[in-house]
Design a protein around this ligand. Structure first.
Ligand SMILES: Cc1ncc(COP(=O)(O)O)c(C=O)c1O
Length: 388
């Protein structure tokens, strides 16, 4: 029988990264040693005391049943304390909801905010999840170019009024994947007034919150009025090395929190109680672990940028994240380049156009291996750039 796929998922389940994973598997099976600096999955383990806490909590029978909708009260209290001590942001318990990874909320938000044909404003380049979520919800994406000459921040004054009239969601993400750019408090203040003026809910994806090198990355909620217009998504995947555990939360505007929670209740369900307990412990006991992790990424970034610049390769001196955003010389096709690099040098990186039109001509390298391996891999990359 021929299976007819619904148009809303056309293309979404077969993206660059899944095809790349397939090719890596084939190359490994053929005996090649592939180094993957493609996916953004942290290489270091979860902090050991969080794992120990989880082992204890997993034995509690209370955790073996369905978890409460929206997350455990005890974890919400820990999130309150965490946001207060890290960002000076006061939250009430109904301004917090917990789910299985931020991708769940990124999918839920277009579903609960967009009617067919409505616009979501999405940075370009950006994490693929925003675009996919909007498409699956039947919405339209309006790209906000992130350009070097505007510090990789969107220019709201370039959006046509017809789009603004039909827009009901704005995604932002700083420190930014894939560029590594940071946002300022002034930009977030501008965002709040833009959102109020045009009545557009804001979602700030704070996935790389802690991985900020020159100064602490501001929380969107720390600027006045932010809670009136939006929410912030905080995942444990990157900053706690917990990508496999699948846990994240949203904080901010109560109505939006309620909508996310409602959608997640009927779709994804909750998060294993022992994971929630371990995160409760982690949020309150992780300052040192997170600072060490930030230092690791900062060292890797500095060494990698120094090597690339010594070979006159254009790379953004990133403000945060564990990504390098590298400009390919001579209008080289980034998809072709990334595919050939994998097949010929056994190095996986992500083609920039995977992240949008404005990613064309770039590649993204994830600093998710030891510095020595990263530098060796970059040498292979550099020689490939020089040969092409
Ligand atoms: C900007 C951004 N948001 C969200 C995610 C997904 O995070 P999670 O593991 O919480 O689903 C990623 C993962 O790469 C990301 O880079």
């Amino acid at each position: 029988m021929k299976i007819n796929q619904a148009s809303r998922i056309n293309g979404e389940t077969d993206n660059f990264l899944s095809r790349q994973q397939e090719l890596i598997r084939e190359l490994k099976q053929a005996g090649h040693e592939v180094i993957s600096l493609g996916r953004g999955s942290p290489d270091l383990p979860t902090f050991p005391d969080i794992v120990d806490e989880f082992l204890q909590d997993s034995k509690k029978s209370l955790n073996h049943g369905y978890p409460p909708y929206g997350g455990k009260q005890s974890l919400k209290v820990a999130i309150q304390k965490f946001y207060q001590s890290e960002y000076g942001v006061e939250l009430s318990l109904d301004e917090i909801t917990i789910f299985s990874g931020s991708l769940a909320a990124i999918t839920a938000l277009p579903m609960v905010l967009l009617n067919p044909g409505d616009y979501a404003l999405i940075p370009d380049p950006a994490f693929f999840g925003y675009q996919n979520g909007v498409k699956m919800a039947g919405g339209r994406s309006y790209p906000l170019p992130l350009k070097a000459d505007h510090q990789y921040l969107p220019s709201y004054d370039q959006i046509p009024p017809a789009v603004l009239n039909q827009a009901n969601l704005l995604f932002l993400n700083y420190p930014n994947n894939p560029t590594g750019a940071g946002a300022t408090r002034e930009f977030f203040e501008e965002t709040v007034s833009f959102a109020k003026q045009n009545q557009i809910p804001v979602v700030h994806d704070f996935a790389y919150a802690d991985i900020s090198f020159h100064q602490s990355a501001p929380s969107f909620l720390s600027v006045p009025g932010a809670k009136d217009v939006g929410v912030e998504l905080y995942t444990l995947s990157k900053t706690f090395n917990m990508a496999g555990w699948r846990i994240a939360f949203a904080v901010g505007n109560q109505e939006l929190i309620h909508l996310i929670e409602g959608f997640i209740r009927v779709s994804f369900g909750g998060v294993f109680g022992a994971i929630q307990d371990a995160v409760e412990f982690g949020l309150l006991n992780s300052q040192e672990g997170r600072a060490n992790l930030r230092a690791v990424y900062q060292d890797r970034q500095a060494a990698a940028v120094q090597l690339l610049k010594a070979h006159h390769i254009e790379v953004l001196d990133s403000a945060g994240t564990f990504f390098l955003w590298i400009k390919l010389p001579n209008d080289v096709d980034d998809v072709q380049f990334a595919n050939d690099l994998l097949k010929e040098k056994y190095v996986a990186v992500v083609a920039g156009s995977t992240f949008g039109e404005y990613g064309k001509g770039y590649i993204r390298v994830s600093l998710v291996d030891q510095t020595e391996t990263i530098l060796e891999t970059l040498k292979r990359l550099i020689s490939f750039i020089e040969e092409n």
